[in-house]
Design a protein around this ligand. Structure first.
Ligand code: ZN
Length: 235
């Protein structure tokens, strides 16, 4: 157990929920931050409170370390990124090879806000669920980008911030395995029932891997990772 505190970028999705457990397992004090930038699926934001409540209710050791949640309104940023995530445009691959859900530089903005908040809260470890492995082509998810940003934050604040990305080199199957290693079957169950991943914001249909439309890129990744994890476990 490390004595310091961590601030987790927490969306209510699968990846950031695993990151929250990772931080609760490791740091004495953990707070969460979420960003409202005009996402068209506010359902993900609703899942945040539910996931936190379930963690507090079902994992007493983690509950003792879980501090306040902070929600930051950055809707002016959302207004710039006029893409499928923030407008009614269709989700598709664009000519640049990036999904139309891409909001340019999103993670740069998230971590900069998180560092300003962490500075005020005395939380110098910033944890995010970015991943290069099953990566959709988002350049602001790359390890090199985040290492450079970590340096910039240190220089710009004179605080030795650490950006931790525990999922950076994980496949989606390995993310499920990490969830089980951190919190056992009860935590895997919490992820299936409470977290949200679907780009279309659908929660209607319950699949073995959780709720979602089942056909958008985010649902497909989650379903594929779950199937691979179950297969590897059974082998
Ligand atoms: Zn979906």
């Amino acid at each position: 157990m490390e004595a310091g505190g961590a601030l987790v970028l927490f969306s209510g999705g699968q990846d950031s929920t695993v990151c929250l457990a990772f931080a609760l397992d490791r740091y004495a004090r953990v707070e969460t931050v979420g960003f409202d930038y005009g996402q068209r699926h506010g359902i993900e934001l609703e899942c945040r409170a539910q996931v936190r409540a379930e963690i507090a209710a079902r994992f007493p050791d983690w509950a003792a370390r879980l501090g306040p949640d902070h929600m930051l309104d950055i809707s002016s940023f959302g207004a710039i990124g006029d893409t499928a995530l923030t407008s009614q445009a269709e989700i598709e691959m664009t000519a640049s090879g990036l999904p139309s859900t891409f909001v340019p530089g999103r993670n740069l903005v998230f971590f900069t806000y998180a560092a300003a908040l962490g500075y005020r809260r005395g939380l110098h470890v910033l944890v995010g669920g970015m991943c290069e492995t099953d990566y959709s082509g988002y350049p602001d998810c790359r390890d090199g980008t985040l290492r450079a940003l970590e340096q910039a934050l240190r220089l710009g604040t004179e605080i030795p911030f650490i950006i931790e990305t525990p999922l950076m080199w994980c496949t989606k199957a390995q993310t499920w395995a990490l969830a089980e290693a951190l919190g056992g079957a009860a935590f895997v169950d919490l992820i299936i029932e409470e977290t949200h991943t679907c780009y279309r914001g659908e929660r209607g249909q319950r699949h073995d891997w959780g709720y979602g439309c089942g056909t958008c890129p985010a649902c497909e990744l989650r379903a594929k990772g779950y199937a691979e994890w179950r297969a590897a476990r059974a082998a």
